[in-house]
Design a protein around this ligand. Structure first.
Ligand SMILES: *[C@@H]1O[C@H](CO)[C@@H](O)[C@H](O)[C@H]1NC(C)=O
Length: 428
């Protein structure tokens, strides 16, 4: 759980009429070591502290300001310099990456300026530049400032900012960026060079696993999962299944190869990146790996190992004789899943799945050593378990992709997968 108020974002309408296609051109000039200050973005009044790529306004506590600038510079080093995100220092209208390059402004603000939030990213639409507003108490916290800087990077990338169906991934991406910075090896080099430490993963298992039946990215107010759905982005980035088209640049590729102004969903963009594997298989395997959080993210898995006993897995009703039916309220919605830990009663576990729609089901078998293997359940499957092995069945609702607005779920994506299973050698 976040211990700070929900990080809000500005409405996407703010960006309406501000669409500009990402330039196809390659970099034709080299960014200077120090960007130019641009105090007009966000008002520019008060005292400030500069670094090469940032200007931080009005922070009273000098050591907090120094720490904040360090964190932001490390994020810039990691994501812009090393991972190739388009720098928030380039205006939206700039084509060909020719500059000018501007420092990103961060303003310390009062709670009344950003009610209910620790920080927000906003923008000057005329300048085409993002800037941040953050409460002083959070000014040096990477789960706030790197999250907001992630929005600024996403804004700079342009392709997804004016599209409703990508807008729902706005928070998903910012939390993925913040978690990658804090809790994965990705930014280790940049953090180490600046003397900065990492921390625990931001993963919220009670939501991402406890409510795994929800639409994969659901931005419904109060009940959605758009802040918590980012482990899917970790999965496609870490690519533990070595699928062609996924890997280190998967998210940037999804953004950059988006069908411009199509308002298609990010999953449609992802589907086009794949070769030799379907998007249904990728999402099915993502959820199968979430049975034991085996997504190439050590710190997230460590949290799972300490929290798993507390998570909700009440997905099924028993009909006796090893037969179970998904509870209506827990039926997996569009690209959502049921993760079903099994209690084995024999060394061979067999399962048959019967469903009314397209699904992807997998047995995840975990050895005492921690190694996990995956058995596809194509209607039925069985697995022989060695001593000390445990198993989970994962059933995912994987129809053909549909265009959907995660802010306003349609009946089609809200419809659960009605299924039943027959188990032998285990109970659910
Ligand atoms: C189910 O899968 C088949 C084969 O991939 C596909 O043609 C069909 O459109 C899918 N049905 C739905 C409802 O998504």
């Amino acid at each position: 759980m976040f211990t700070f108020p929900t990080v809000v974002t500005l409405t996407l309408a703010y960006y309406a009429n501000h669409a500009s296609a990402r330039p196809a051109g390659v970099a034709t000039a080299v960014a200077p070591a120090e960007y130019t200050a641009n105090p007009s973005v966000g008002g520019g009044s008060g005292s400030y502290k500069d670094s090469a790529h940032f200007r931080l306004y009005n922070v009273a506590d000098a050591s907090a300001a120094a720490q904040s600038i360090k964190v932001l510079e490390a994020a810039h080093q990691c994501f812009v310099e090393e991972q190739g995100w388009r720098t928030p220092g380039l205006a939206q209208e700039t084509t060909g990456n020719n500059g000018p390059w501007y420092k990103t402004n961060i303003y310390k603000v009062a709670e009344s300026d950003i009610p209910g939030a620790a920080g927000v990213q906003t923008a000057d639409p005329d300048a085409g530049l993002a800037y941040l507003k953050v409460l002083e108490e959070y000014i040096a916290m990477p789960d706030v400032v790197v999250h907001e800087y992630g929005h600024a990077m996403h804004y700079s990338e342009k392709n997804w900012i004016d599209q409703t169906r990508t807008g729902a991934w706005w928070e998903t991406i910012a939390n993925f960026i913040a978690d990658s910075y804090i809790a994965t090896p990705l930014c280790e080099k940049a953090k180490t060079a600046a003397g900065l430490a990492g921390g625990d993963s931001l993963i919220e298992l009670d939501k991402v696993i406890g409510d795994s039946h929800q639409v994969i990215v659901d931005a419904t107010a109060d009940t959605g999962n758009n802040y918590q759905a980012w482990p899917f982005l970790s999965y496609i980035t870490n690519n533990p299944d070595s699928y062609t088209g996924l890997g280190k640049s998967a998210l940037l590729d999804m953004i950059r190869k988006y069908d411009l102004n199509s308002n298609e969903t990010p999953l449609h963009s992802l589907e086009r990146l794949l070769s030799g594997v379907t998007i249904q298989k990728v999402i099915g395997r993502y959820w199968a790996r979430m049975a034991y959080v085996d997504i190439g993210h050590e710190k997230a898995q460590a949290l799972f190992n300490t929290q798993r006993e507390t998570l909700t897995y009440a997905n099924l009703d028993s009909n006796g004789n090893g037969k179970y039916t998904a509870k209506t309220a827990r039926q997996p919605r569009y690209m959502g899943a049921n993760i079903i830990p099994l209690t084995t009663t024999a060394s061979t576990v067999s399962v048959t799945v019967t469903a009314t729609g397209n699904y992807t089901a997998t047995l995840a078998v975990k050895a005492a050593s921690g190694a996990i293997r995956y058995v596809d359940v194509d209607g039925s499957a069985s697995a022989t378990l060695a001593t000390g092995e445990e198993a989970s069945l994962v059933v995912v609702n994987t129809p053909a992709l549909v265009q959907y607005d995660a802010f306003s779920l349609s009946a089609e994506v809200s419809k659960g997968l009605d299924y039943s299973i027959q188990l032998t050698g285990a109970t659910a």
